[in-house]
Design a protein around this ligand. Structure first.
Ligand code: TRP
Length: 447
């Protein structure tokens, strides 16, 4: 067997993991869910879940990858024995399922980008409708999906150092720069504060306990951190002992949350400022979760002429780059598993996985409704994955957690805290989140 590849540098790993975390979930999902889940109540709950529930699980996923040096398919077995094999399969299947619809969303992003760049922005409701159709219906959807999967496959086939690490190193700084510039620009809009109020300050305590808010916040926390289906297992299996995992987990989740909040600070002021144009577009298309971001924002910005066009083009190129670094992490799960578990070479594994993912993505490409369902249910899968990861490392193979973290010199207090949380808090909280999410999803008329 070949020597297992390793990241070139500590920052290479951190940026790649942050690149996985920062994606459509931050630029589009966070704002969308904040507006659905009642603004500040959603954000507070989300932050609480990230800090208290997710961080110990994130470290656990990293430990599982580094201590076994195996792909997500084999790592659970190596750590916990044959009984844990189904977990490996769930990781692989769930990542393929998520990438199947993620690539479609990414395709819409690419379509919106090209459309805004070459044909300009929609100026009226009629044009907005036509714009939406051209972005999310017909052959352009497949083209977008193919382009997205093709690029993703190209990066993954170039390997860890040559592909994934390289792209993360230039794209993450670029992405941060762009989102900050756009947030500053948005803050200069006359009604910017109305947007912030809607996003960050709208407080309704009843929302805090609403099942829908709880479901959205749990789902968003896991989705946005790429947690629960072995992404971090795959990435950490290429690590050496120098990386201090708890510190890195904190940096990764900090970057992820920062981009989500900055993205909200870009979009909410725009929505508030051009609400006269934007509201009718959103209402026209009730129930569609893509309209605000993909259609209404460009329509609103069109009133600014060329400035609006530049802002739109920048926003969607930023979103596409963020989505690409997330998609490659999703593809790395089946690819590393096929290499590891079946002895395939990287190219063969990439081609097979990509074709498979394209095929199972066809229903999502054909129906936005189907895609929405896939999204909601995949978040439940992430919670299930997270639950079992905390059980495996918190209760069954605690030695991995102890040893691995001791070897990278994490402080004893940090280790004790993380382990306590992993054993007692994360599984119970995730169990609760799962229960509420399933209840909320199955109740009639849930969206
Ligand atoms: N975290 C990414 C986002 O916010 C998407 C993503 C990448 C993901 N890998 C994942 C989601 C693994 C769930 C699981 O867009």
């Amino acid at each position: 067997m070949e020597m297992r590849e390793q990241w070139r540098s500590r920052w290479g790993f951190v940026l790649a993991a942050a690149g996985s975390a920062v994606g459509l979930g931050n630029l589009w999902g966070f704002s969308y869910k904040a507006s659905q889940g009642g603004g500040a109540a959603f954000i507070l709950l989300y932050l609480l879940i990230v800090l208290v529930v997710c961080l110990p699980v994130l470290v656990a996923e990293m430990v599982l990858g580094r201590s076994t040096g195996s792909s997500p398919l084999l790592a659970p077995v190596k750590a916990g024995g044959k009984l844990w094999q189904p977990m490996g399969w769930i990781f692989v299947i769930a990542s393929c399922a998520i990438l199947s619809f993620y690539a479609v969303l990414m395709g819409w992003t690419a379509d919106t980008f090209f459309h805004s760049l070459f044909f300009g922005l929609p100026q009226s409701i009629e044009e907005a409708k036509a714009f939406k159709d051209s972005v999310s219906n017909g052959s352009s959807v497949f083209l977008g999906q193919l382009l997205s999967l093709g690029l993703t496959a190209a990066v993954v086939s170039a390997g860890i150092r040559g592909g994934i690490e390289k792209i993360a190193k230039w794209s993450m700084p670029l992405l941060f720069g762009l989102v900050i510039i756009l947030a500053i620009w948005s803050s200069t809009l006359p009604d910017a504060w109305l947007g912030y109020k809607e996003f960050l300050l709208k407080w309704d305590s009843s929302k805090f306990f609403a099942p829908k808010t709880i479901r959205l916040a749990f789902g968003q926390a896991f989705f946005s951190l790429s947690l629960g289906i072995g992404i971090m297992v795959a990435y950490s299996s290429y690590l050496n002992k120098k990386n201090q995992l708890p510190k890195e987990a904190l940096i990764i989740s900090g970057m992820d949350t920062a981009v989500a909040i900055l993205a909200g600070m870009v979009t909410f002021p725009i929505v508030a400022n051009f609400s006269e144009v934007i509201k009718p577009v959103i209402e026209e298309d009730k129930g569609s979760f893509i309209t605000t971001f993909f259609v209404a924002l460009p329509t609103g910005l069109s009133s600014l002429g060329i400035t609006g066009q530049i802002i739109t083009v920048l926003l969607f190129s930023l979103t596409f780059i963020a989505a690409l670094t997330s998609a490659i992490s999703l593809l790395e799960v089946p690819v590393s598993s096929l290499i590891d578990g079946f002895g395939w070479n990287r190219n063969k594994a990439v081609i097979f996985s990509t074709l498979f993912i394209f095929v199972i993505g066809v229903p999502s490409a054909l129906s936005g409704k189907f895609l929405g369902k896939m999204f909601a249910y995949s978040e439940v899968l992430l919670l299930i994955g997270g639950f079992f990861i905390s059980i495996l490392l918190g209760w069954f193979v605690t030695r991995n957690y102890d040893q691995d973290l001791a070897e990278c010199n994490s402080q004893i207090g940090v280790r004790r805290y993380l382990k306590f949380m992993l054993r007692w808090v994360s599984p119970i909280a995730i169990g609760f989140g799962l229960f509420v999410s399933v209840y909320d999803l199955l109740k009639p008329a849930a969206t």
